[in-house]
Design a protein around this ligand. Structure first.
Ligand SMILES: [Zn+2]
Ligand SMILES: [Zn+2]
Length: 274
């Protein structure tokens, strides 16, 4: 199983980092988790395309995690040779968001249908399955479990555990430690967590920025969850504030205080195999 951090950024614009998005390749399946800023560019950087995705998983409906889902939908549609659904799983509310995206794309869809009358005879088709905590489903031979996470007042938010051939990875999304996150992480080979640096956030005397502290895991909290759940590899992403070149070891050290296993972090397209 291969895990690629497509976008390691956050809502704060950073020319070097795309928004939250992670690619999982396992058992011949190509699965995108979240679709933040620049996701289609980073998919290309990882050697794939929206049309090659077997499924898109959405952890929650915060804009930074879905802002380029419209690009995934359009790029998937225009590169299909026949009507092929884009398969999307997400928490309740995902269908409403996708319906809104398709409405926003309405003019573009009509232009392309009018222009390519012989080769593009169908509209984009997005098949959304809204998943509840506790749900299980399969993408090909990859088994997926869903758990509730704690990112309030954002509700609902979920984590996904993907398993194939005895290997497992948890995509924790945004949120602070909680029992259901501990449970879904138990014994996982890898755990991908979005993180903030509390010490750096506190240096910036801005109320709106300080507000994020109460609903995001710090680097230390992610490490504590990994240790508590017996995770083998901790993968950090969605760095707030943006991790600057040369700061990687400093960020890693914050996690290493609470976690003895391998810690992976880095720039967009950092890839690790389990
Ligand atoms: Zn986020
Ligand atoms: Zn969020």
């Amino acid at each position: 199983m291969e895990i690629t951090l497509l976008g390691t950024g956050s809502p704060l614009p950073d020319p070097r980092r795309g928004g939250p998005a992670t690619l999982i390749r396992a058992g011949g399946q190509t699965i995108l988790v979240d679709a933040g800023r620049a996701v289609v560019m980073r998919l290309a950087g990882a050697g794939t395309l929206p049309v090659l995705l077997n499924a898109v998983l959405i952890t929650h409906l915060h804009s930074d995690h879905i802002t380029d889902l419209n690009d995934v939908i359009t790029s998937h549609w225009v590169m299909t040779g026949q009507e092929t659904p884009l398969v999307v799983y997400g928490p309740p509310g995902t269908q409403t968001v996708v319906d809104g995206i398709l409405m926003m794309l309405g003019p573009d869809i009509s232009y392309r249908l009018a222009h390519h009358t012989d080769t593009l005879t169908y509209k984009p088709k997005v098949v959304v399955t809204e998943v509840q905590p506790g749900a299980t489903f399969a993408i090909g031979n990859v088994q997926v479990k869903v758990a509730r996470t704690h990112h309030q007042p954002v509700e609902p938010t979920v984590a996904f555990r993907l398993e194939h051939d005895g290997k497992s990875v948890v995509l924790g999304g945004d949120g602070i430690p909680c029992d259901t996150l501990d449970e879904i992480c138990a014994g996982a080979d890898a755990y991908v967590q979005t993180v903030i640096r509390e010490d750096l956030v506190k240096l910036i005397n801005n109320k709106r920025f300080l507000d994020i502290l109460d609903y995001h895991s710090t680097v230390e909290q992610a490490a504590q969850t990994a240790t508590k759940a017996g995770v083998k590899k901790l993968i950090l992403t969605h760095y707030v504030p943006s991790m600057q070149p040369g700061q990687e070891d400093e960020w890693r050290a914050f996690a290493a205080k609470y976690f003895n296993g391998e810690i992976v972090l880095g720039d967009d397209l950092t890839t690790t195999t389990i």
